[in-house]
Design a protein around this ligand. Structure first.
Ligand SMILES: Nc1ncnc2c1ncn2[C@@H]1O[C@H](COP(=O)(O)OP(=O)(O)OP(=O)(O)O)[C@@H](O)[C@H]1O
Ligand SMILES: [Mg+2]
Length: 367
């Protein structure tokens, strides 16, 4: 087993710098999900690891060995793409066998490897078909199989599921995770989908415009986002971010914005606040904002009375989108609700789960 280490990677296309000082340690056997918006440099990073793209600065280590100058074939990595990239004129068997023929393995070893991979992915009954005779999900399995037969040290996935419908995507997520726990091989998985990142990753690497914003377990990213960007990207529906200030009034720390007044758990805040007032961005996840009926915390002081804009029913719960003055606020309520647009709703904030960010830097403030 072997990990991947990236040290201070820089990459430009023409005058545009795409990757800016990327350093990342992917542990041996880890499932690392690289997530970020379109164009932030995810695919470029993956192609650099695979050796398909050169770098101006920095080092790529695979299994502890510097691989900067090595050809893709010498890196012992296998890549799976969104568009499958299957050979259309070859059968499934030939698609799987191709890389092994090039490596001049014996016929019997090729057959053994192909059958082993095909069984793992349950495509052993499709070996005589051509890609055009397969469904999208089956094609994706063949693409996975083609990586699997190579027995690589590292798997690289570039949005492998984005061509599939929602249900199939969920099934394949589970299949890939299962494969990971069987093989225990290092996997680096690129996606722009935060749900995929949250459900699949051992750790997430969140990129934004060529830099890494934060690396951590899904729970760390959700509970302790280092800045407003991470807080908004991780978590569905997105966190409520509200500008205001924290004031100390007598013994009590209070968050005040144009429309809101929230009484905070104040011991640590009072100790840490250097002045009597500090500008702040308050972060409240919709999951920490409930109506009276749903909430175990009957906190009258920290109830926001807002006007409902619309209700998004998710089955077991519903997301209620509201506003109070100019402030948009989303909360989480029971799905069997008669609440409708225009109604007034009381939302209770769980003050134990608030996030605070510096207004000037957008960085997390830990009270
Ligand atoms: N060969 C190239 N020549 C010039 N610019 C490129 C090239 N490849 C990528 N880019 C640019 O580099 C930036 C990052 O591209 P990249 O494909 O890595 O993004 P991404 O995060 O994978 O996006 P997506 O989620 O849309 O796949 C983009 O602005 C893209 O236009
Ligand atoms: Mg991409």
């Amino acid at each position: 087993m072997s990990g991947v280490t990236l040290k201070s990677i820089y990459k430009s296309f023409g005058a545009q710098t795409i990757l800016k000082n990327i350093s990342l340690e992917v542990n041996s056997g880890e499932f690392m999900v690289v997530v970020g918006p379109s164009g932030c440099g995810k695919s470029t990073l993956l192609r650099i690891i695979a050796g398909l793209e050169s770098i101006e600065n920095g080092d790529v280590y695979i299994d502890g060995h510097k691989k900067n100058k090595d050809d893709p074939s010498k890196r012992e990595v296998a890549m799976v793409f969104q568009n499958y990239a299957l050979y259309p004129t070859m059968t499934v068997y030939e698609n799987l066998a191709f890389s092994q023929r090039i490596r001049k393995r014996s016929k019997s070893e090729i057959q053994e490897r192909v059958m082993e991979s095909a069984k793992k992915l349950r495509i052993d009954d499709l070996l005589d078909r051509k890609p055009k005779e397969l469904s999208g999900g089956q094609r994706q399995r063949v693409a996975l199989g083609r990586a699997l037969v190579r027995k690589p040290k590292v798997f690289l996935f570039d949005e492998p599921l984005s061509n599939l419908d929602a249900k199939l995507r969920q099934e394949m997520r589970f299949e890939i995770k299962k494969l990971h726990s069987q093989l225990n091989t290092t996997m680096i998985y690129v996606t722009h989908d935060q749900t995929e990142a949250m459900t699949m990753a051992d750790r997430i690497c969140l990129m934004n415009d060529g830099v890494i914003e934060q690396v951590g377990t899904p729970q760390e990213m959700y509970n302790n986002p280092v800045n407003t960007y991470v807080s908004r990207f991780i978590g569905m529906p997105p966190i409520n971010l509200i500008e205001g200030e924290i004031n100390i009034e007598g013994d009590q720390a209070i968050f005040v914005s144009d429309e809101l007044k929230i009484f905070l758990k104040n011991e640590r805040i009072r100790e840490k606040l250097s002045r009597n007032s500090q500008k702040i961005i308050l972060g409240v996840r919709p999951q920490d904002l409930h109506d009276n009926y749903f909430s175990e915390i009957k906190d009258i002081k920290n109830t926001i009375t807002a006007t409902v804009d619309f209700v998004e029913n998710l089955g077991s719960t519903a997301i209620v989108h509201t506003h109070k003055g100019n402030t948009q606020i989303s909360g989480s309520i029971k799905s069997e609700t008669s609440i409708k647009p225009g109604d007034s709703i009381d939302l209770i904030i769980d003050v134990n789960s608030l996030h605070f960010f510096n207004q000037a830097t957008n960085e997390r403030v830990n009270f």
